[in-house]
Write a new protein. Sequence first.
Length: 490
Amino acid sequence: MIRTRLAPSPTGYFHIGTLRTALYCYLLAKKNKGKFFLRLEDTDQKRSIDGALENILNTLDWAGINPDEGVMYKNGVVSEAGEMGPYTQSKRIPIYHKYIKQLLDKGNAYHCFCSPERLAKMREEQIKNKRPPMYDRKCLHLSEDEVRKAIESGEPYVIRQKIPRDTVLEFEDLIRGKVKFDCSILDDQVLVKSDGFPTYHLAHVVDDHLMKTNPVIRGEEWLPSTPKHILLFNAFGFKVPEYAHLPLLLNKDKSKLSKRQGDVAVEDYIKKGYLRDAIINFVVFLGWNPGTEQEIFNIEELIDEFSLDRVHKGGAVFDIDKLNWFNGSYIRKLSIEEFVSRIKPYLLDAGFPLDDYPDGYMLKASKTVQERVKYFAEVPDLMWFYFNTPKEYDGSLILNERMKVTIDIAKKALEESVKLLYGINDFSEENLKEVLVNLVKDIGLKNGQVFWPMRAALTGEKFSPGVFEVISVLGKEESIKRLKKCLEII
RNA sequence: GGUCCCAUCGUCUAGUGGUCAGGACAUCAGGUUUUCAUCCUGAAAACAGGGGUUCGAUUCCCCUUGGGACUGCCA
């Protein structure tokens, strides 16, 4: 039975790498008719942030990744479901204490009363002397009596894992194959902090055993501490789960994907107007591929195709250009109604008075930009002239050397087109095209010499949808008004 | 510094001993077109280096180099 889990900490935003891990876990579970559950790793009281859990739940919900068990919403309220709970680590403290006692009794762990200050100083000196920073086991040699007395007198302490330093450990990673470690350089890791909370290491081993997680899918940054975890599983007499360590997501400079170099929070991309399916499609392909040349996949297809043995070992650079391409291609597939309803909030947000325009105006205007949108947040910049009049025209906009638009030609084009538009009433794109193309012929100019200055006058932009489209949207009155205004200015 | 992981076009990747090293994004050129975008066509672009093994290595092994992660009472 495949049981995968996502185990995020409520420490802030939802990282794009966490989304990928969630996706892989979810896909694998669904494909194998297994279970996917959510466990909250809130053992660091200092770093826990209010609202972070809701953010995790909301993001997962947005992505359509619904856990079968664990922490989830029930009627809009955060709650838990499943047989193996609680799924919130802060509610499992007694469980960890029960298990750590076993370790203490067996001599696989010991109390340590060293102060953070002493530890810091020790570490500093070790680094200075080019020695690996490691705990010096000062407290390992305390007698039972000394330990008892210290505890009774209320001295703060942590509990450390006693690493059997004479072992060499080998394990088979599902993605990387054989990985070998020499335990002699492993540090006596803290398992229980002085506040009584477990560290990740203890919590991972106890919980993933109790919750029957298999395989454990997590980021590559955990690979170096895996031997400690295996030692712990062994010390408890638990069966060691299978591990799949996922390659890292990277910045452009190949360092671990981080906030400093762009957006790493899923919510940032949602805000910018990236489509869920595009983000999922893109993110899944960072480190995995189906082995065919198909690139566009929906979630159902991903469930069918996904397998861990096609996951890469090397890290993958997060390439925004490719995301934009995925997103643009998904946007172009949207129905126009869907497209309109998606971009409305962005237009409203930009302050455009959408309500002042007749029904159908939005629809028509939107149609002209759908194929050029990469993400919704750029829509206001693409459509502003449908809701505002261009204020100024400078020569470099109306004139165009390459199109051979001189000031005289621009004037003539605008004058003639105004005259023409006065005389017609069919403002469909098709008719506009027909009459304007004829006009060009009649006055002996080239298409670009007439259409470029018109389009520029109408939109105030160097790049925009075509003249016929724009006039058709703007209508007779507004189009003529803008063309005349431009004529006055130049 | 130490340990571990990784290494095919700029980027995401296919490839599992014999391929003209394939695709996609990005780039460039051409076409469609009033501009941009879309769409179509095409081009340029990679096996990090050195040793082995082998009739033959991108592919297997070793070394070097490069990159990364970890090295917390964070996860």
